[in-house]
Write a protein that binds this ligand. Structure first.
Ligand code: SAH
Length: 355
C-alpha cells in the first residue's frame, strides 16, 4: 500500500515551491495526487501572497473578440472543429472588429484579444491590416492574437504590424496524450516550435492547457508544469475541459473546478509574475468560478466583446456562458463582484512586468 503523504509533508512541499518557484516532477505529482482541502487553502494563500507582491490587488481585463469560427483543424475536443457540420460559421469584417474595439475602449478595455479558429480566409495580409488599424486607432492599447499555428515568417509579420502578445495553449505537454486529443496532422513538436518562435520574436507569449481533458493523467499535468517552467511564458491560460455534443468527446466527463483551481495555485507559485486568466470555461462550470480563480492565484479576466449576434456561435463547448455577467457590457457587475472579494479591475494595458 502507498503510504499517505501527511499534511506536514504537503505544506513543506508548498513552502518549497513558494521559495524556489520549482519542484521536481515527483514532488509536483505528490502534491497533486495527495491534495486535500487543507493543502489547497494553504496553496491558495501562498499564491495570493506572491501575486500581491507583484500586482497588489489589481486584476487586468482583456476584451475578447472571437472574430471567426471557421477552422481548418479537427481537434477532437473542440466545438468549432471542421467536421462539426452543425456549427453555424461566421466571420467578422475588419469594420466589425474595429467597432468592437471602439465599444471596448469606452468600457475601459486597453487590451483586445483577437481569437479565432484557424481560418485561411484571414491571410497574413488581412491579419496585419487589422492589427495596424487597431493600433492606429487605439495607440495606448495592446493587441493579442490567438489564431493558432503559423510559420515563423507569419508570426514575424504580425509582430511587425504591431501585435504585442500571442496566446497559443500547448494543450498537453505529453506526446502520447497530445495524439489522443488531436488529428494526426497536428503535432506537439510543431506546437512547441510555434511557442519558441513566438517567444524569440518578442511576443509576450501565453500558453496553457485544459484540465481534465480525456485521457489526462497526473503525469500529464506534471509534464505541463515542467514545460511551463522551461518555456517561462508571460501568460498562462488553463480551464476545465467541457464536452461539446457535436464532437467525438461528447460523452467524456468534464474537468473539475477543484483541480483547475489547484493547478492555478501551482502555476502562480511556479511563475510568480505570470498573467493568468480566470477563464470563461471556469466561469461556465461553476457560478463564481472566475472569482474562485482569482482567489487561487489568477489575475486576469477576459470578458466577451464579440458582437451579440455571433456570441452563441463561438461554441467551443456546451453551455458556454455568453450574454450574462461575463460579457464586456456587464463590466460594472464584474467590477463589483471583484470588489466584493477585495480586488480591483483596472483600466490598464497590463503588460508583463519588466524586472
Ligand atoms: N485556434 C486557436 C484558438 C483556440 S480556442 C488556437 O489554436 O490557439 C481557445 C482554447 O479553447 C483552446 O486552446 C482550448 O484549450 C480551449 N478549448 C477548446 N475546446 C474546449 C473544450 N471542449 N473545453 C474546454 N476548453 C476548450
Amino acid at each position: 500500500m502507498i503510504e499517505k503523504t501527511d499534511s506536514k509533508r504537503l505544506i513543506s512541499l508548498a513552502d518549497k515551491l513558494y521559495k524556489n518557484t520549482s519542484l521536481s516532477p515527483e514532488e509536483y505529482k505528490e502534491l497533486i495526487d495527495n491534495r486535500n482541502d487543507e493543502i489547497s487553502q494553504y496553496l491558495f494563500s501562498k499564491a495570493r501572497e506572491i501575486r500581491h507582491k507583484y500586482y497588489g490587488n489589481k486584476v487586468y481585463i482583456r476584451g475578447l473578440i472571437e472574430f471567426t469560427n471557421f477552422c481548418k483543424n479537427d481537434c477532437l475536443y473542440c466545438g468549432i472543429r471542421r467536421s462539426n457540420h452543425n456549427a453555424q460559421r461566421y466571420r467578422l469584417s475588419e469594420e466589425d472588429i474595429l467597432s468592437c474595439c471602439k465599444e471596448g475602449y469606452g468600457l475601459g478595455f486597453r487590451t483586445f484579444v483577437l481569437q479565432g479558429g484557424e481560418d485561411p480566409y484571414f491571410s497574413d495580409e488581412r491579419i496585419c491590416s487589422i492589427v495596424k488599424k487597431i493600433k492606429e486607432a487605439f495607440p495606448n492599447c495592446a493587441v493579442t492574437l490567438s489564431i493558432g499555428e503559423k510559420s515563423r515568417e507569419s508570426y514575424e509579420s504580425y509582430f511587425k504590424a504591431g501585435a504585442d502578445r500571442f496566446l497559443l495553449r500547448h494543450e498537453t505537454a505529453d506526446r502520447c496524450h497530445y495524439g489522443k486529443l488531436h488529428p494526426k496532422e497536428l503535432s506537439l513538436e510543431n506546437r512547441m516550435r510555434c511557442l519558441k518562435d513566438l517567444k524569440s520574436i518578442g511576443f509576450q507569449t501565453g500558453t496553457g492547457f485544459m484540465v481534465g481533458s480525456p485521457f489526462q493523467t497526473t503525469d500529464c499535468l506534471v509534464k505541463d508544469m515542467m514545460f511551463l517552467k522551461e518555456l517561462q511564458p508571460e501568460m498562462v491560460g488553463i480551464g476545465p475541459f467541457i464536452p461539446h455534443n457535436d464532437t467525438p468527446f461528447r460523452d467524456k466527463p468534464q474537468g473539475s473546478c477543484e483541480l483547475t483551481l489547484f493547478m492555478l495555485g501551482l502555476i502562480r507559485l511556479t511563475l510568480p509574475k505570470a498573467l493568468i486568466p480566470a477563464t470563461t470555461a471556469l466561469g461556465t462550470i461553476e457560478k463564481d468560478g472566475r472569482e474562485k480563480g482569482i482567489l487561487s492565484g489568477a489575475n486576469v479576466v477576459m470578458p466577451n466583446l464579440s458582437p451579440m449576434s455571433v456570441r452563441k456561435k463561438y461554441l467551443l463547448y456546451n453551455n458556454k456562458i455568453a450574454t450574462g455577467e461575463e460579457s464586456a457590457q456587464s463590466i460594472s457587475l464584474l467590477r463589483q463582484s471583484l470588489e466584493n472579494i477585495g480586488y480591483e479591475a483596472v483600466v490598464s494595458k497590463g503588460d508583463y512586468p519588466k524586472d
